[in-house]
Design a protein around this ligand. Sequence first.
Ligand code: HEM
Length: 421
Amino acid sequence: MASSNYEPKNPVLRAFNQQLPILSLVHGSLGAGYRAPKNLNYFWNFGSLAGVCLVVQILTGIILAMHYTPHTTLAFSSVEHIMRDVNYGWLLRYVHANGASMFFVVVYVHIFRGLYYGSYRSPRETLWFLGIIIYLLMMATGFMGYVLPWGQMSFWGATVITNLFSAFPVVGESIVQLLWGGFAVDNPTLNRFFSLHYLLPFVIAGVVVLHIWALHIPGSNNPLGIDVKGKQDTVPFYPYYISKDALGLGVFLLVFAFFVFFAPNFLGHPDNYIPANPMVTPTHIVPEWYYLPFYAILRAIPDKLMGVIAMFASILILFAMPWLDGSSARSSKFRPLYRFFLFLFLAVALFLGYCGSKSPDDVLHLAGLDIPFLLLSRIASFYYFAFFLLIVPIVSRREVPLPLPKSINDYVLGNKAKSAS
Ligand code: HEM
């Protein structure tokens, strides 16, 4: 967020901009007045895509809230009413429900991009911390949103997850009762979750403004992870990255539309089409797919309190990345060994997600062996933490990075010469 000394040509706009320099702000933040490294690849589309997802969620959510009733006796049928009676209600709901999944996909890619190219490193630590805060807020918002339709998974998911807080000594029970607004997940719980689910996206929007402000102070990192040395290393945001973002958005919307129109319930759980029933526990309670790796970590540890601590730690540990990584190079493009362990980490995180979707007593049939998923979750959780606490600190300090290019411009022109010959 930076204002430029841009002056609109139109006299009315110029006068307006002199009194409220909002056009200069846009020009300096998203227009030709903001310059970004010329070598950004499509991974850099995911920030703007996350912004689009947030706007889509807020807009569809506001309209859904006009027709939804946050009461245990009416919530489920008000969602059915939205699906059947409200004009385009089915579309709004499917866009909102699948939009949440799309939002998490986009943000996971966005976080992985940060890890891969070392975007959490100095001078972008604050930007990274704000990102993690956004992610935590997103998790809370998604969780509370899933409770609102008041289906079986809503109710039992809420019961399992809120109960986790009871593991904390002394204050645990009080926290759970505060979350519930009583002694079980019930109408007061639904009401406060609805209220917070409406509020938090606006808090997220506020933190996103800070996130982008913190981005525009040092400017974007880039795939080489080296600093911008001068104007020749950059191009103006408009038209170059506006058009690149627009192309990415088009492709993203095609994928989004595929889910909404052809597989709208693929990412949801069928049990959530059964009204909540406190007397009937589903055989297998699972959270939404985007929480599954953390759910697997929670269940991998036999002690409830330690499981809860490990689950929270698995996300909070991201805050420590700027200190854990001591390499002289940012981008893993020049750190093959680190890159190998990072890809392994990605594979393990995805596998943990798979373990989270399984029942605790399920087994993996592999080469004539029956390996319990619980054991596999434990091994995968071990690697998850070992990556942060051992591999990153050691490998980043031991591995000698490959020679870094002199400048972004040099590298880009060198590449061009290669492809032309
Ligand atoms: C609502 C969610 C989010 C929105 C709207 C958002 C938006 C953006 C935008 C527009 C950019 C600039 C474009 C780009 O580099 O892709 C950006 C950069 C960045 N974001 Fe986010 N972000 C979100 C969540 C996160 C999260 C969860 C993290 C990390 C935990 C994060 C970390 C970063 C970092 C490190 C950069 C700088 C990347 C670089 O310059 O290499 N963001 N974000």
